[in-house]
Design a protein around this ligand. Structure first.
Ligand SMILES: [Zn+2]
Length: 116
């Protein structure tokens, strides 16, 4: 299944492919502020449209996760990183930014990411 997503103003438009079987709610310092519901896909299943200048990047702590956000509307639609277990490039999609998705139907797993 292909999902379309965007930030609020529409500068960042993207597509992600896969099955959403669950989403992760994390309590680390950044996720708790953003309120993201994360869905993990291999990085090559995420395609974004537009130029790099339309995509701002925030990193902190070990600077291994690229938190991508829109410089205009401030919405964080996804993050990119290398999975430490598999070594594979991975994207964490904020499913709140996807179109046509029934958030209530997605089981949410709670993750204790305090150390992140
Ligand atoms: Zn925007």
């Amino acid at each position: 299944m292909k999902y379309k997503g965007s930030c609020h103003c529409g500068k960042i438009a993207f597509e992600a492919e896969g099955e959403i079987t669950n989403a992760m709610s994390c309590n680390c310092s950044i996720c708790s502020r953003k309120g993201s519901l994360l869905w993990f896909v291999p990085r090559d299943r995420l395609k974004y449209f537009g130029s790099e200048e339309d995509l701002s990047t925030y990193t902190f702590n070990k600077h291994v996760i690229k938190h991508r956000f829109c410089p205009t509307c401030g919405i964080h639609p996804f993050a990119e990183a290398v999975d430490p277990k598999s070594g594979q490039p991975t994207a964490a999609i904020n499913i709140r930014c996807l179109e046509g998705i029934d958030l209530e139907s997605v089981p949410v797993k709670h993750f204790n990411g305090r150390e992140m």
